[in-house]
Design a protein around this ligand. Structure first.
Ligand code: GPP
Ligand code: MG
Ligand code: MG
Length: 351
């Protein structure tokens, strides 16, 4: 069942990764530190399938791919595959934890094509506790499979650091987009950058590679340049996401963009604010963040007038060139391969 739930092509790797989900879930459900009753076991079983599965598992699978590239092998031993996949699933659990709570905070309706967990009947605010449990499951899995490893403390520290950064980015996102305090003058490229770096880039880009490095016996202290490159890549990824929210094909991006109506601190509005003259600014101030389709259309017309599509394509190619140069300055060819593989997965996603 889980095997089918890890979407997309990609064959053997994905099938093996998906099977490990079943093994990890089974272990959690017989955790001796808590004597599950039949109903609590069923609750967790359903909660995990509902929230951990259903995504593309890009972050989790990246741990396996990165580890293979670092080791320079095409095939891992069963033990290595299990450990790399377990770390990959820990990241998928972390993502589930963030999304369950984020959907409550954002008052969202759907996630991954189904109602948000807190909107499911009989769940409601139990979802808060489920979020806490999802986070705790990561510690349980790490304890069970990595406690004897020399890098155990580093792994715990890594997950703690990344969680702190993400929650801080989330705070920044929430206080910036605060309902009732809508103030476009607070939006600028620095604010945008800090939100996306902290809210998304650390856990989505840095964490998978950092896990693969620790598993390979490397010390993260030696990889601060790699961290910077991955955070930069994550920032580029989010800028692209902001662009696609307005210009992408909803079929391709899997959602209808709502950043304009939602008053999001999007890269596009920041660029518009930087380029607009006084009369154009007043159009933005009057129409940004309003649900009315006529207001959204006025904002989109202004984006067109300011040529933001071209501004994005210029940013995209500049950012690509800079990332390639930074990657090629890395001393290890294996690390270069890991970073390039990430870059090619995200660069110029089609509309
Ligand atoms: C989703 O962002 C939220 C996160 C990635 C981090 C949440 C962190 C917590 C500590 C809860 P979003 O709300 O901008 O995106 P989406 O449209 O996917 O909800
Ligand atoms: Mg959200
Ligand atoms: Mg949010």
């Amino acid at each position: 069942m889980a095997a089918a739930a890890v979407n997309g092509g990609g064959g053997e790797n994905k099938a093996a990764f998906a099977r490990i989900y079943d093994a990890l879930k089974a272990e959690l459900l017989r955790d001796p530190a808590f004597e599950y009753t039949e109903s609590s076991r069923q609750w967790i079983d359903r909660m995990l399938d509902y929230n951990v599965l259903g995504g593309k598992c890009n972050r989790g699978l990246s741990v396996v791919d990165s580890y293979k590239l670092l080791k320079g092998v095409d095939v891992l031993t069963e033990e290595e595959m299990f450990l790399a996949s377990t770390l990959g699933w820990c990241i998928e659990w972390l993502q589930a934890f963030f999304l369950v709570l984020d959907d409550i905070m954002d008052d969202s309706h759907t996630r991954r094509g189904q109602p948000c967990w807190f909107r499911v009947s009989q769940v409601g605010l139990i979802a808060v506790n489920d979020g806490i449990l999802l986070r705790n499951h990561i510690s349980r899995m790490l304890r069970l499979h990595f406690k004897k490893k020399p890098y155990y403390a580093d792994l715990l520290d890594l997950f703690n650091e990344v969680e702190f950064k993400t929650a801080s980015g989330q705070m920044l996102d929430l206080i910036t987009t605060h309902e009732g305090e809508k103030d476009l003058t607070k939006y600028n490229i620095g604010v945008h950058r800090r939100i996306v770096q902290f809210k998304t880039a650390y856990y989505s880009f840095y964490l998978p590679v950092a896990c693969a490095l620790l598993l390979s016996g490397e010390s993260l202290e030696n990889y601060s340049a790699v961290e910077n490159i991955l955070v930069e890549m994550g920032t580029y990824f989010q800028v692209q996401d902001d662009y696609l929210d307005c210009y992408g094909d909803p079929e391709f991006i899997g959602k209808i963009g709502t950043d304009i109506e939602d008053y999001k601190c999007s890269w596009l509005v920041v660029q518009a604010l930087e380029r607009a003259d006084e009369s154009q600014k007043s159009i933005l101030f009057e129409n940004y963040g309003k649900k009315d389709p006529a207001c959204v259309a006025k904002v989109k017309d202004l984006y067109k007038e300011l040529n933001l599509e071209a501004v994005f394509h210029e940013y995209e190619s500049e950012s690509y060139k800079k990332l390639i140069a930074d990657i090629e300055a890395q001393p290890s060819v294996a690390v270069q391969k890991v970073l390039k593989s990430f870059l090619h997965k995200i660069y110029m996603r089609q509309k």
